[in-house]
Ligand binder design. Sequence first.
Ligand code: DAH
Length: 344
Amino acid sequence: MLQLLKKYIDEAKEAANLETLESVRLSAMGKSGAITQALKALGKLTPDERKTQGAEINKVKEAFLEAWSARKLALEEQELQKRLFENPVDVSLPPVMTRVGRIHPTSKVIDEVVQIFSQLGFTLEEGPHIETGYNNFTALNIPEHHPARQMHDTFYLPAQDANDETLLRTHTSSVQIRTMQKQKPPIKIIVPGKTFRSDSDQTHTPMFHQIEGLYVDKHVTFQDLKGCLSEFLKAFFELEELPMRFRPSFFPFTEPSAEADIGCKRTAEGVEIGMGLDWLEILGCGMVHPNVLENCGIDSTEYTAYAFGMGVERLAMLKYGTPDLRAFFEGGQRWSQQYGFNPY
Ligand code: DAH
């Protein structure tokens, strides 16, 4: 009988593949396998027989298991090699990146706008969120008690004394002042950043982003402003032709002031930017008021300047069809999966 059982050891050693090996295992060690049965039958033997035969059968069982597991390892390795050979891995391919996080539409638009203006010769400038009343208002030709101050819904910081007025900047225009105070013309800057107003509803959030532009030099004209903004808007919306118009407006820090509109078509799905019968307001701009230049020590008889300012979230909503302003600041995972950009 032992001879009969030992044949399973050879069969395991010679199994051609994992399937055959498994059927050998079942024949030997399965519930009704030969070795299992032989071990079971020991119960019917006399104690002496059981001792000698039991030891023999157990030796065969162990030898079988050893042969079986060695063969299993070898066959698995063979199969892996075969699969690798059939589907070779190209180790020169770039790694598959796990996507951690998304680029927020606000950041994406800031990058794009700064990129376009840097090609038009503007350099990046930034300023602090906490500003003086002087930089945010007074130097920008918005004197105390001027109605424009109230219109800005300003967040004021607790005052240290009567002369101290600090606030969260209500627009990036304050960086115009900071830059003109420390630099001599020509100045050509683009300023992205956070701005704050105590206002919160469907279309307003207490914190939002603006981008400011300023160009100070001899002989800067409104014509230059129009040319620059027209180039920028076409590049930003990726359109060869984009109808534009400048509507007269009012800002205390510019004279004349204008609001720029771009052409659009309103459809059932929303607005489509480009040719169409409608207009969409996109930014405020104008020629910097002589008072503002003088407030910064720049001779307004020698230099002229243009400036413009725009809302980043508005640009993002228009370009990328991102519907809800408030969702920009809620940090929702699903929202950023849908509207964010792949960082790779
Ligand atoms: N600061 C203005 C605002 O927050 C936007 C603006 C308008 C900026 C005209 C400018 C400008 O530089 O020339 O509404």
